[in-house]
Design a protein around this ligand. Sequence first.
Ligand code: HEC
Length: 200
Amino acid sequence: MKRLKYGFLGAALALGPLMGPTAIADDHAKKTKDLTSITGDTFQCIRDMTAVRGFYVDNLLGDLDATLEVANSETGGVYPAGSLIQLVPGEAMIKREKGFDEGTKDWEFFELIATKDGTKINKRGTTDIVNRFDGNCLECHVEAEPQWDLVCEQDRGCDPIPLTPTMTRAIQKTDPRCAPTALTDEEKEGLQMLMEMMGG
Ligand code: HEC
């Protein structure tokens, strides 16, 4: 019962990405050499990516070290092409090739639908993508101080999202594409609060 409920929540909030068997997804991500061929299959179980503080990163062109260097830098920097960042399964940003879109510093925004069967791209684009709560991705993310390259975290100048770090962790843990994993009592409470917030 609980698993069902949580799975539904993840899908409903689309707060995460999706994929088929994890091994294949992973492989695919590493082998993509061409950022013009991003599909639902590009996205996989969020927890198979590399954790950086509260979010997860990968690099679709195989240069994870370069992505991690910026993500872990105390002074910021410009993420290399191929960088994939996710906080929740239903949203992602990917650093495209140089010159892709000046207005978004070459980031492409994705709204994803993650289910146990994989990931579907619901919306993708640059300046006009809004999330499920009608918030424009760029309008919030552009408020990040310039050295952070549109990455918000909690203290970099963006308007906050209504999710506590505990709720975010619970959403990451209930990504329907990942193998099930136990939630702490605190995380279960976080999900419950989130469902109440969502009117459910
Ligand atoms: C209301 C403002 C707002 C909107 C709208 C918004 N975000 Fe965010 N986003 C944030 C904040 C704030 C964080 C950091 C939250 C945290 O770390 O707890 C964040 C985190 C993220 C992250 C993790 C990296 C980071 O910046 O910390 C990604 C990826 C992301 N959002 C993508 C998107 C996409 C894609 C959309 C649109 C479909 C979107 N966001 C819409 C404010 C927003």
